[in-house]
Design a binder for this molecule. Structure first.
Ligand code: GLV
Ligand code: MN
Ligand code: MN
Length: 439
């Protein structure tokens, strides 16, 4: 890519990320959650950019935005369709490469997490079009409607819907307003949720139709910055379990109940928060986080009768992750018993560690070396849509350096020059793949 056009394209990418980052459900901060009004506006904006780049755009019934660019290939004979010796077969449809990430965000988010992996491929495809390059495979750019798990405490609803992997249990999850996923989908697509799932499963691409899935994402950690590299390549995504721990005691009057007679659910939860922190700190690379505590009917003058907290546990190794979850829940039970509280544990999601595809990643590494000189492999502690897509097709991921490793925060930042490097890598990757899969 000529230096001039790289600059103008990374500038375009920055402008678009800024514009998308202003679309929010909350004034003064960036928050977009599953099937919310802001998600509808985001799909409209990004869909327009897709159309400009020559993609045919649709939304599926769970709010995913899908832009498709057909291949140049007129069709080569399909061996399975060849009728005997020398027969003329039906054209074999070209395979599809998927590129994408999520358009939803955490609350008070930064503007790169997810959005980068949707907007960057659109700019890359526009650049290839400008150069007159026609790829010998089809491309789909995917803007998933839900990855963060903010609204329903369970992540990947978008990619699961796209891949035909959303199940009846997902439909029953409820948000803070007691609206279920099924009801939210009914409102969005005006279809019965079970029928929506069946239709999605029928429409989901089959593995044999796909070349793979590439996701570009900010690193959300400090390693690339430390190694002074703009981009790196993901080797695997860590194992992850999320769930809800609920401590139940006795609500009562804050002025009249002596300390020795209390069964304070929040005090038990607080003890657990500190225990989980110390537990994970002593077992690196394990990480454990309590991100929310909910006290129903909480008030300054009421002893908390119930405290529900979220627990998120991750480790690169499945067995270590599962073991840690079991030990943490056992510790929570011990705390509850000592404080005469009841305890329930409700897991809301479990994902095994996901290795990236060796073949697709090898191509990506070649592209990174061609652009950056050297490549670095990293394990992702963050979850990504690639976890779900890996059940469908080989997955590769490119990480982009972000300032101070900061993410899930409004100050999240990736430098335009680094975005330019990522753009060059993706273009090189597409051209490389085109060479490997000629018409
Ligand atoms: C997604 O951002 C996650 O890793 O929680
Ligand atoms: Mn993300
Ligand atoms: Mn995120």
């Amino acid at each position: 890519m000529a230096a001039r056009s790289l600059t103008s394209h990374s500038r375009l990418l920055v402008r678009r990320l800024d514009e998308l980052g202003r679309i929010s459900d909350e004034p003064g901060e960036l928050t977009r959650t599953f099937l919310s009004p802001a998600m509808e506006r985001a799909n409209h904006l990004v869909g327009g950019w897709m159309r400009e780049a020559g993609l045919v755009v649709r939304e599926d019934s769970v709010g995913n935005l899908i832009g498709r660019l057909e291949s140049s290939r007129a069709g080569s004979p399909d061996p399975a369709a060849l009728g005997g010796k020398g027969g003329v077969g039906r054209p074999r449809p070209a395979k599809t490469l998927l590129l994408g990430s999520h358009l939803d965000t955490v609350r008070n988010a930064g503007r790169f997490d997810g959005a980068l992996g949707v907007v960057l491929p659109i700019v890359a495809l526009a650049e290839l079009r400008r150069r007159g390059v026609v790829l010998p495979f089809a491309v789909e750019v995917l803007g998933f409607s839900e990855e963060e798990g903010v609204r329903f405490a369970s992540a990947y609803l978008g990619s699961k819907g796209y891949a035909g992997k959303m199940c009846a249990a997902d439909l029953k999850l409820r948000d803070a307003d007691r609206v279920s996923v099924g009801e939210a989908i009914r409102g969005w697509s005006r279809g019965a949720p079970a029928a929506v799932l069946r239709r999605n499963a029928a429409r989901a691409p089959r593995p044999q139709q796909l070349l793979g899935y590439l996701e570009v994402h900010i690193e959300q950690g400090p390693v690339l910055e430390d190694r002074k590299l703009a981009v790196g390549v993901v080797s695997a995504i860590a194992s992850q379990t999320r769930g809800r721990l609920t401590f139940r005691g006795q609500a009562g009057h804050a002025g009249t109940t002596p300390m020795s007679l209390r069964r304070d659910a929040l005090a038990g939860a607080a003890e657990f928060v500190l225990l989980a922190e110390a537990f994970a700190a002593a077992r690196s690379p394990l990480v454990a986080t309590v991100g929310t505590i909910n006290i129903p009917s909480g008030a300054a003058n009421v002893i908390p009768g119930e405290a529900a907290l979220s627990l998120d546990v991750r480790h690169p190794n499945d067995a270590a992750c599962n073991r840690a979850v079991a030990q943490l829940v056992a510790q929570a039970k011990r705390i509850a018993r000592r404080r005469r509280l009841a305890l329930t544990w409700q897991p809301t999601m479990t994902h095994r560690a996901t290795p990236c595809s060796r073949t697709l990643t090898a191509s990506l590494i070649r592209s990174v070396r061609a652009v950056q000189g050297r490549s670095l492999s990293l394990v992702s502690g963050a979850g990504h849509d690639g976890v779900v897509m890996a059940a469908l097709t080989p997955v590769a991921m490119l990480f982009v350096r972000c300032r101070d490793g900061l993410s899930h925060h409004p100050d999240e930042y990736a430098a335009p020059a680094d975005l330019g490097v990522a753009l060059q890598v993706v273009i090189d990757f597409l051209l490389r793949l085109a060479k490997d899969h000629p018409s």
